[in-house]
Design a protein around this ligand. Structure first.
Ligand code: F6P
Length: 350
């Protein structure tokens, strides 16, 4: 069998480990011929690919980024999944002599995987995103690494913040979900955690900052990039926190919320405040051991699914097991932070 591997969307630590897992299992155990498309859908459409064998994936588990490259180039010519566009992807599929395709990606990619699968193409999804916002899996690889880096940033910001008795605001990624902020905030003992799912007013935030100061402490605020202020300030801040441009899928680029929030806290609470935007640091570098193991197991499960002909599924983590989940259970809605989880982290009395 000739099996393609394609990565789409932002990179996520563990992608290389997933490719290695799929190739070692697919080539050595199942006897597949495997190839990886360069830069996502661009390589698929241009016919540019890397043969994937044991040698090609040697030593990949600890390496960040992804050897194949990834991009947000849309799968469909013209950018829309019309019947004609789907047909042209199917034609390309045949022209490349593929018997199956492993799609490594987040929400957008798994949605595309579902469309291709519904159109009759043999596809298996491997969920990845640092945002952890995909349904049908308990965790996505890359998330644990991003959280670890964000937690370390909190540890570092705390000591400088305390030395100057400042309030420190750390912005982390996560797009429309607050998972990275929630986990990093709890791991690092942040006093306030702000997530997109639960807007707070600037008055409430300032009150918390002041009560932390009254207890002789300096506040560490972790804010997810998709957070919006509730109340009267929301409109003004909402427009400022969306940076110019889009992310390649036509969605507005997020970020910049910390730089807006910090002066507002200073103004309302009268506490000197500094902002740090963690940015792509949280997506780069070697994956944690947890992400390496999760990604490797996901790759192995995907190769086994191909061998069994279980197409149209995503290899998700359920408890301790990698299970094949129908796309319909994984895509279509975002996995967001539930109220009970937010209640645990909303305000730590550090
Ligand atoms: O989806 C992953 C993610 O890192 C988001 O958390 C973030 O909003 C976005 O990608 C950033 O995208 P880019 O790397 O294209 O700026």
């Amino acid at each position: 069998m000739r099996i393609g591997v394609l990565c789409s969307g932002g990179d996520s630590p563990g992608m290389n480990a997933a490719i290695r897992g799929a190739v070692l299992r697919g080539v050595d155990v199942h006897g597949f011929e495997m190839l990886g498309f360069m830069d996502g859908w661009r390589g698929f459409h241009d016919g540019e690919y890397l043969p994937l064998d044991r040698l090609a994936v040697r030593g990949l588990s600890p390496r960040g980024g992804v050897i194949l490259g990834t991009s947000r180039v849309p799968p469909f010519p013209g950018g829309r999944g019309t019947p004609e566009a789907l047909r042209s992807v199917a034609e390309r599929f045949r022209a490349l002599g593929l018997d199956g395709l492993l799609l490594i990606g987040g929400n957008g990619t798994q949605t595309v995987a579902r469309m291709l699968s519904d159109a009759g193409m043999p596809v298996i999804g491997l969920p990845k995103t640092i945002d952890n916002d995909l349904d049908g899996t308990d965790y996505t690889f890359g998330f644990d690494t991003a959280v670890s880096i964000a937690a370390e940033a909190i540890d570092r910001l705390r000591t400088t913040g305390e030395s100057h008795r400042r309030c420190m605001v750390l912005e982390v990624m996560g797009r429309d979900a607050g998972w990275i902020a929630l986990h990093a905030g709890m791991a690092g003992g942040a006093q306030l955690t702000l997530v997109p799912e639960f807007p707070e007013t600037i008055e409430q935030i300032s009150e918390w900052v002041l009560s932390v100061r009254d207890r002789g402490r300096s506040s560490l605020v972790v804010v997810a990039e998709g957070f919006r202020l509730a109340g009267s300030e929301a409109g003004a801040v909402g427009t400022q926190v969306t940076r110019e441009g889009h992310d390649g899928f036509g969605r507005p680029r997020l970020g910049g919320v910390a730089e807006v929030l910090a002066p507002l806290i200073e103004e309302h609470a009268g506490v000197e405040t500094r902002a740090t935007v963690l940015g792509h640091v949280q997506r780069g570098g070697p994956p944690t051991a947890f992400d390496r193991v999760l990604a490797t197991r996901t790759g192995i499960a995907a190769a086994d699914a191909v061998a069994r002909g279980q197409w149209g599924m995503m290899a998700g983590l359920r408890g301790d097991r990698i299970e094949l989940v129908p796309f319909v259970e994984a895509v279509g809605r975002l996995k967001t932070v539930p109220a009970a989880r937010y209640a645990e982290a909303r305000r730590n009395f550090g």
